[in-house]
Design a protein around this ligand. Structure first.
Ligand code: KIV
Ligand code: NA
Length: 264
């Protein structure tokens, strides 16, 4: 199989094609999603919520995300593997961003990194790009800035739409090969995609972006609780697993497992 490269995503946009991204935090799901045709895997800092049990992505560290990244990159044969730069691991300076990004490529096996923020991080994006690290920018609702943004809310409404376009252009100008938008009005996201040469990826950003991304535990229904409006659930893994584990518990309690065929 041929590895998906950054230029393939650019070519997809030029041809008017769409591509997919899905989060993954471990080798087994990475292999399944890769074989199912997902083009890009995101080792998201949403691992904070979905793997490590934190209430937000804010506590996630580089040392926590690195082994997950290595697991995903080692298992993905085709997909381009993008990893999040955790909160606090890049903001201070372009040097800090390059240092962290290089670790994720060298030690984590990632092919690209993602950072949250706009034009003010253009120097960081430029430094990483020049160092040989492909960069994805993340605009709109940026979970690492939850406290500054005043909670989970749609960004880029009204007057903020033009600022979002300008941030996206600044990231592209600095060398970002892709811009991801989270919880942005469909119209704004489509305007950003139209203004950029590089492809865009959306989550809660409508159908006008080049690609789409979802968190796998949301789209496969493993996580219970309030689902964001932008999630479509393609399976009910919570139900499947609850039923299967319940039958295992009952079988053991009632002596139906193990059977002779499982015994030596
Ligand atoms: O960490 C993550 O899963 C993300 C996506 C929601 C884009 O950043
Ligand atoms: Na993230």
């Amino acid at each position: 199989v041929r590895r998906v490269r950054t230029h393939h995503l650019l070519e997809a946009k030029r041809r008017g094609e769409r591509f997919t991204m899905l989060t993954s935090y471990d080798a087994l799901t990475a292999a399944v999603f890769d074989a199912a045709g997902v083009d890009t895997l995101l080792v998201g800092d949403s691992a904070g919520n979905n793997v490590l049990g934190y209430p937000t992505t804010i506590p996630v560290t580089v040392d926590e995300l690195l082994p997950l990244c290595r697991a995903v990159a080692g298992a993905a044969e085709r997909a381009l593997v993008v990893v999040d730069l955790p909160f606090g691991s890049y903001e201070a300076s372009p040097e800090q961003a390059v240092g962290t990004a290089v670790r994720f490529l060298k030690e984590g096996g990632a092919h690209a990194v993602k950072l949250e923020g706009g034009a003010w991080f253009a120097p960081h994006v430029r430094a990483m790009t020049q160092a040989g690290v492909p960069v994805v920018g993340h605009l709109g609702f940026t979970p690492q800035s939850e406290h500054a943004l005043g909670g989970y809310r749609v960004q880029g409404r009204g007057d903020a739409a033009q600022a979002l376009v300008e941030d996206a252009l600044a990231l592209q100008e600095a060398g970002a090969f892709c811009v991801l938008m989270e919880m942005v009005p469909a119209e704004t996201a489509a305007a950003v995609d139209a203004a950029l040469e590089v492809p865009t990826i959306g989550i809660g950003a409508g159908a006008g972006t080049t690609g789409q991304v979802l968190v796998w535990q949301d789209m496969l229904g493993l996580r219970r609780g309030r689902m964001p409006r932008f999630v479509r659930q393609y399976a009910d893994l919570h139900g499947v697993v609850t039923d299967a584990v319940g039958r295992y518990v009952a079988d053991v309690r009632e002596g139906r497992f193990p059977g002779p065929e499982h015994s030596f």
